[in-house]
Design a protein around this ligand. Structure first.
Ligand SMILES: Cc1cc2nc3c(=O)[nH]c(=O)nc-3n(C[C@H](O)[C@H](O)[C@H](O)COP(=O)(O)OP(=O)(O)OC[C@H]3O[C@@H](n4cnc5c(N)ncnc54)[C@H](O)[C@@H]3O)c2cc1C
Length: 365
């Protein structure tokens, strides 16, 4: 099969690029390694058949928030008709100290002012993918090699030909592809040096029939030096106040190192529930259901180098050595290499916007 533009990766960046190209009437094909679209975006949906009325509500297993001032996200949310709402932030924050003492302070919930989506962030992916021609979206297509003449080779053995190739996957995963001709050592080093934002994290979500912590004057926010959850937040949808059918939720980032939690899903789950009960009372040990997502174990998100969590947000962007590769036929489109807000959802949209503009300026000869 031949195409003008091959997009490799169906996360928010690659999919938004496909969305821009489809609107501009361009010829493209998108290839995604997983059996689903969304990449780092995943939400637990329709948790139980007996709670069917929860419909499109989503509980985020990847990103949860975007913030005022992230104009691309605001525009996209509006264009797709997704409903945003404020992160719940009323009430006291808890702190669990190293000695196990639980302090109930009057500090503000740390994500006050952030926005979430009623559908879960997953609603963005569903909304962007919905108008795209399904025959241009190829799931279960993991790229393994690419040639300067536009030949693409997939792990499953298929081959495609493209005029231009856009790698919409984390730079460290791009570094593991077989390039022909090979990248220079400097280019290879540049790719492996760019950490996948949040790639070493794991999230634990517990759903409850009601937000009982709010009744106790708690915001659901907690910081812990004991763990296993290091940082906890209310993850309930807004309907939780009106509609008892919409389960309330708490989520936490697992503070254990990736290697220590490897193969320990059950043990982490039990320890997380015990911790939630310590913090929020015995009801917290009785969830309707739980979900656990370890991104460090996802081969199409993280590499072994991403196992250690980052201490701070890196300064991202496209290094000079990765610009204008293969006379402009090879480009990147991923949040970490975005011109703005690298690492964030906003960065994924910025990367797609920039790449769409570049492709529009230089239509295929
Ligand atoms: C736990 C967690 C919490 C986060 N919280 C927030 C938050 O609250 N707010 C925020 O703004 N951001 C947050 N982020 C970051 C946000 O998720 C990312 O910025 C964004 O999703 C990146 O999208 P992307 O398309 O650039 O990359 P990805 O989502 O990584 O997409 C890359 C795609 O490429 C595919 N792929 C990989 N290798 C291949 C291959 N060989 N062939 C074909 N396809 C391949 C992958 O399967 C994937 O679909 C969080 C991330 C995580 C993991």
């Amino acid at each position: 099969m031949e195409t003008d533009i091959a997009i490799i990766g169906g996360g928010l960046s690659g999919l938004s690029l496909a969305w821009h190209l489809a609107k501009a009437g361009r010829d493209f094909q998108l290839f995604e390694a997983r059996a689903r679209l969304g990449g780092r975006i995943a939400s637990l949906q329709r948790v139980s058949p007996v709670q069917a009325p929860i419909g499109p509500l989503g509980y985020d297993l990847g990103p949860s928030w975007f913030w005022p001032g992230q104009h691309r996200m605001e525009r996209m949310v509006q264009a797709l008709g997704c409903k945003k709402f404020d992160q719940y932030a009323s009430g006291a924050t808890l702190i669990e100290t190293e000695s196990g003492e639980i302090l109930r302070n009057l500090g503000l919930a740390s994500m006050r002012g952030a926005w979430r989506l009623q559908s879960g962030i997953r609603g963005l992916i569903d909304g962007i993918a919905q108008p795209l021609p399904p025959d241009r979206l190829h799931l279960n297509h993991a790229l393994s090699g690419l040639h300067q003449n536009g030949r693409l080779i997939f792990k499953e053995g298929q081959e495609y030909q493209a005029q231009r190739i856009v790698l919409a996957l984390p730079p460290r995963l791009a570094a593991g592809l077989s390039f022909s001709p090979q990248l220079t050592p400097a280019q290879q080093q540049a790719l492996t040096g760019i950490a996948t934002w949040m790639g070493g994290q794991a999230k634990f979500v517990a759903l409850y029939d009601r937000p009982f912590w709010r009744e106790d004057g708690l915001s659901g926010d907690a910081l812990s030096q004991v763990g296993p959850l290091a940082e906890i937040h209310d993850a309930s949808p807004p309907q939780v106040e009106l509609n008892k059918e919409a389960p309330a939720a708490l989520f936490g980032f697992v503070g254990l190192p990736a290697l220590a939690r490897y193969g320990q899903k059950e043990a982490v789950t039990q320890a997380a529930l015990a911790q939630l009960a310590r913090l929020f009372g015995p009801k917290a040990a009785q969830p309707v259901t739980v979900a656990y997502q370890d991104w460090a174990q996802e081969a199409y998100t993280a590499t072994p180098q991403d196992q250690s969590p980052l201490r701070q947000h890196p300064s991202y962007g496209l290094p000079a050595s990765l610009q204008n590769l293969w006379q402009g036929r090879l480009a990147f489109c991923v949040s970490e290499l975005a011109p703005d807000a690298g690492g964030y959802l906003e960065g994924a949209l910025a990367a797609a916007e920039e790449q769409a503009e570049l492709l529009q300026r230089e239509p295929t000869k």
